[in-house]
Write a protein that binds this ligand. Sequence first.
Ligand code: UT7
Length: 330
Amino acid sequence: MKSGNPTRIAGMGACLPTKVLSNFDLEKMVDTTDEWIRTRTGIRERRIVENGSATSDLALQAGREAVRNAGLKPTDIDLVIVATITPDMSFPSTACIVQNKLGAHHAAAFDMAAACSGFPYALSVADGMIRGGAHRNILVIGAEVLSPFIDWTDRSTCILFGDGAGAAVVSESSAKARGLLATYLGSDGSAAEILKIPAGGSAMPPTQRTVAEKMHTVKMSGSELFKIAVRTMGDAVQEVCKRAGWKLEDVDCLIPHQANLRIIQAVAERLETPMEKIFLNLEKYGNMSAASTAVALYEAAKSGAVRPGSNVILVAFGGGLTWAACAIKW
Ligand code: UT7
């Protein structure tokens, strides 16, 4: 258990684009089949933005719902953190754009780049800032518009990803044994090469060549990542349980990053956790990077898979490499 004022998730929101891109649609775009995608990943369809919607547009809608569900006004929010690897632009931060459009006039704002681990990373930072006494109500958003950064001719990546946003208001809690009980963050930059968007930053600024060579799209060594994901997510769950004072059997609902059903099954096997305790929504949305665990937690709470008193673990893994887990007494 941690020191300082405990924190809780006071409200949640989500925003998914309405346009559905199914495996059958992808069959017409690349050399793949619905059967291959379903059996190798568990994904059936994903959501894709239309009409030039940006990450801040999805983040704003998810954030607005979370603030409303927390019973707060935008002016009650004193910090906005947007976890994303697809910001609207290099700067200003997407968090500043959301802060303004939301009317969170008393909030500071910054983005966090921890790829697919972004939402639990940002929850952990919010938790620490509230426990430290500097903030009271922090809006944490995981939001991605990945579709413009996908090579839609590369069958090994384009089948995996989707767009979306999820949000949570993290607030002070009066109950010591409720809320965010423990967090755990990790990274390994030595394996950065196996998942990245190489161009667009200062190391490889945009040129005609980088665009022609599709260097602004996601490059991934899928099978290498697969093994690391299973190991790091399994270890992260064990570590965060230890920090929360839980045994693995105490966990009621495990909400993993929704990258691949086979990764999730392998993590469950490693942890000897039955699949019935694991929340899944990747079939509908694919991998939404930082939005994945945020939307999954939102849907788990809405569907009753997570109820008041449930012991919940969020765990994620992604580019960086990064990994993160949170233990939450709902
Ligand atoms: O968010 C965190 C980051 N992402 C991940 O964690 C993703 C982790 N990795 C994965 O999910 C899996 O590695 C993939 C789904 C990406 C790939 O599955 P895999 O079982 O590791 O397949 P593979 O890469 O070993 O490829 C097996 C075969 C290859 O053909 P050959 O060389 O055996 O003839 C691929 O070319 O499957 C082929 N393949 C496809 N076939 C049909 C790859 N993509 C496709 C496809 N449709 N979409």
